[in-house]
Write a protein that binds this ligand. Sequence first.
Ligand code: NAP
Length: 247
Amino acid sequence: MPRLAGKIALITGAASGIGRATAELFASEGAQLVPSDLDEAGLQGLSGLARRLDVTSEADWAEAFAAARAAFGRVDILVNAAGIGEGSSIEETTLASWRRVMAVNAEGTFLGCREAVRAMKETGGGAIVNISSAAGLVGDPKLAAYCASKGAVRLLTKSVALHCARAGYNIRCNSVHPSFAETPMLTRMIARAANPEKVRAGLIRATPIGRLGSAGDIAAAILYLASDEAAFVTGAELAVDGGLTAA
Ligand code: NAP
């Protein structure tokens, strides 16, 4: 029996990296998809009701949920995978960069959770999986805004989980914390370095398991939390980081 048989899943950031791998895995496990991204053309090849959704836009969220409910009757799963990374220390971070990162990573996840709770509580419940980061569990001196945004996602997740549990909505909400997963985001970050090979080797050395993660490694954890196998799991934070934050 496929692990997501009959489930309707809205996934943000589905054109690339972790979002794309999650969409492909979910489809292979029987879910019907509402894959979304800023870049609608990048959603080609994914099944379902593909649509452009800028996670910073309140109107886009309302329209995406309305369209999904019109097509499928409900949304069972929301995966907030859209995100951006801008690397700088507190001294170098401009207000514009702080606001860009917070708008996509923190506000975008807030808007998604709020829309999902409003919709799911009307249709019997659901599961929300928010993609935070190892940088939402521990600090990184070069990622001031990114750490702040991912820390916000971590505790927003717990607040949503508790609210929904206490209200009896049958909605679970959990966060996933990847470290270095080989996606276009990480590849771009490595390529910008003065010595990319040295940076790549340093990331591998920093990871106790001794390799970079893959988008598939992260998607597998998202699948578990989105599925009914995690029926008693809410407000949890799952590090998928090769042991990085265990030390
Ligand atoms: P990715 O390959 O860059 O994919 C992110 C996707 O989100 C892109 O398609 C991007 O579109 C889209 N996006 C950006 N802003 C958006 C917006 N306003 N509305 C809708 N979509 C938007 O990155 P990834 O590595 O898969 O990252 C997925 C998530 O995992 C992010 O939240 C990231 O912070 C988190 N994460 C990644 C790693 C890692 O090592 N890869 C580690 C920890 C956490 P554009 O390409 O057009 O910007």
